[in-house]
Design a protein. Structure first.
Length: 149
C-alpha cells in the first residue's frame, strides 16, 4: 500500500464506488439501491472526515454498475454524490449524481387525495430546486422530506 493515510477500505477490481455521501444518508443509500440483497462484495464505510460534506459515507460495490433509473433514485436522497466506475482497479469514469428535472415512480405524493395514492399508477414529479411538484395534483413538497415509493 503506497499511501496508507488515504487507503481507508480495500480497492475493488470492477464495480462502482459511491463517494461523498452525507454520513446520515449512507445506510439509506445502501437500502435504496438494494445493496443488502447483493451476492457480490459490498463495503460500507461511514463517518469518514470530508472537506466537502463534513462527515461522509463511502460505499464500494464489486461487479455492479448502476442503471440510470437507480442513479435517479439515488439523486432524491443524496444528490451530488460522486460515482466512480472502476475497471481493472482503475477509475475509468467519475460522475456527479444530479437530480433530474422529472422524477417518476420514486417518490410518493403527500396529498392523500392525489390520484397516485388512489389508483394503481406511477407517481410523476417536476423538480425545481428542492421543491417537487406533483404532475397530477400540483401539490408541492420539499425533496428533503419525501417518502419513497
Amino acid at each position: 500500500m503506497n499511501n496508507k493515510k488515504e487507503m481507508l477500505v480495500a480497492a475493488i477490481e470492477h464495480g462502482t464506488v459511491i463517494d461523498h455521501i452525507p454520513a446520515a444518508k449512507t445506510y439509506q443509500v445502501a437500502s435504496l439501491l438494494g445493496l443488502f440483497d447483493l451476492k457480490t462484495p459490498v463495503t460500507i464505510g461511514n463517518n469518514y472526515p470530508s472537506l466537502k460534506v463534513g462527515s461522509k459515507g463511502i460505499i464500494k460495490v464489486s461487479d455492479k454498475f448502476f442503471t440510470d433509473d437507480e442513479i435517479s433514485r439515488l439523486s432524491v436522497v443524496a444528490p451530488k454524490v460522486i460515482l466512480n466506475i472502476i475497471r481493472n482497479y482503475e477509475v475509468v469514469e467519475k460522475k456527479t449524481v444530479e437530480t433530474p428535472d422529472e422524477i417518476k415512480g420514486i417518490v410518493k405524493c403527500n396529498n392523500p387525495m392525489c390520484i397516485t395514492n388512489n389508483e394503481p399508477m406511477t407517481t410523476h414529479f417536476h423538480v425545481s430546486g428542492n421543491i417537487l411538484t406533483c404532475h397530477y395534483c400540483e401539490k408541492e413538497q420539499d425533496i428533503n422530506k419525501v417518502e419513497l415509493v
